[in-house]
Structure formats: structure tokens, C-alpha cells
Design a protein around this ligand. Sequence first.
Ligand code: URA
Length: 237
Amino acid sequence: MRLDKFICKSTELTRTEAKKLLKKGMVRVNGEVIKDPSTQVHENNAITLDNGASEQMLSARSSRYIMMHKPAETICSNVDEVYPSLLHYIDLDKAFDLHIAGRLDADTTGLVLITDDGRWSHNIISPKKDCPKTYRVQLRDEITNDKQDALITQFSQGIQLQGEKDLTKPAILKIITSNEALLTITEGKYHQVKRMFAAVGNKVVGLHRQQIGSIKLDEKLSAGQWRFLTDDEIQSI
Ligand code: URA
């Protein structure tokens, strides 16, 4: 982790304040004054902050892991755009230092995992990790009984999305009613679920993520609410 980030994680300081202290030569790593904020450090380094009167040993706050029930008309970004960032719902110190592991569209609701542990979120986001995500999908057009088996097969064999070279990876489609389905995918291409149904001539009119890996959206959370993940949930990723 960068030295300026480490200082932020172990104090109440902002990134700008941390950089100022570094510039003034107030931070030592293993006894040596370090001024470059991009210096890579890890937990085993002895990092101290000298405020003139005393020297304080810094230890980084442990990482935070959160699940949130994303409401519609919020965005999975750290900056507000047309809609506000969903990080505004997290009433924690330095909430905007967290990031969202796997974005949802502004109109999509449901499970979002939020953390400041980049290695952990990589296991969710990286296409190489094949982490399954399950969506409940409301459809404009009915999938009549006679078309269901063919569609399930088509999704399992891969769908050709507009503008993409390769087929989508095998996806599991379960029809719940003629207008509602559960779709599990292991990728996170831009608007993937909407584009998969568009490619077969249908239209997604409602989308809700209910599971990532083995982590299910907690039914006790209503839209806009969040809770910390349990140790088992964290380890499951
Ligand atoms: N696929 C989409 O089309 N939208 C989402 O928000 C998530 C997956």
C-alpha cells in the first residue's frame, strides 16, 4: 500500500494532510525519513509519525467489508454524477475511501459489496476469477413455455453481444414466471444482463442483484441500509 494511504488508514488525516506531513519529513519508515507519498509499505514496516513533541507508531486500521441494499437512482461510483453515490448512505468515518466491488447501473437495485481491500474486491471483479453473480430479472416480453428450454440452452452456450468479439461465458438461466427469471453470470461486462436479453429480442424492465459468490443480500436490509459482513462471508470470497 502507498505510504500516504497507510497514514490515512491509521490516523484521522486526509490524503492531503498526510502528504504535507511527509513533505515536512515527519514520517519515518524503519527509522528512515521518507518524503515520497507513493513509497510502498506493508504491515511489517515500523512507521512512525513525529509531531515535534513525541513520536507515534502507526498501525493501519483493519479493512472494512460491507454489504448494502442499493436503492434505485444511486450510482456505484465515488463521485456524484446525475445520481448521488451510494457511499452517502454509509455513515462511517472516511466512507469515500471505500470502493464498490462490482458496479450496478443506476436503475438496478440489490446486493453491493463495498470495501477498502483491493485484493479482496479483485476476487469479485476479475473475469479470471469466475465469481458468480445472480440477478432477478423482470422482462417486458413473456418467455412462453415452448421457448424456455431453448433460451436456457442458448444462455448456457453463450450469447453474442453487440460489439463484443467473444460469446458471453456460460450463464445459468432459471425461469420463475413467464416474465421473471434468475440469471447467474460470472462476468461483469457493461450492462451485461440487459444486453444479453436484448440480444435474444427481449427487454429488461427491472433488475435486482441478490447474490455474489455465496453471499446473499440480507433480507433484513431494506433499500439504502447496510451492514458489515460476517467473518464467514469475508472468507467466502
Ligand atoms: N447487468 C446489467 O445490465 N446491469 C447491471 O446493473 C448489472 C448487470
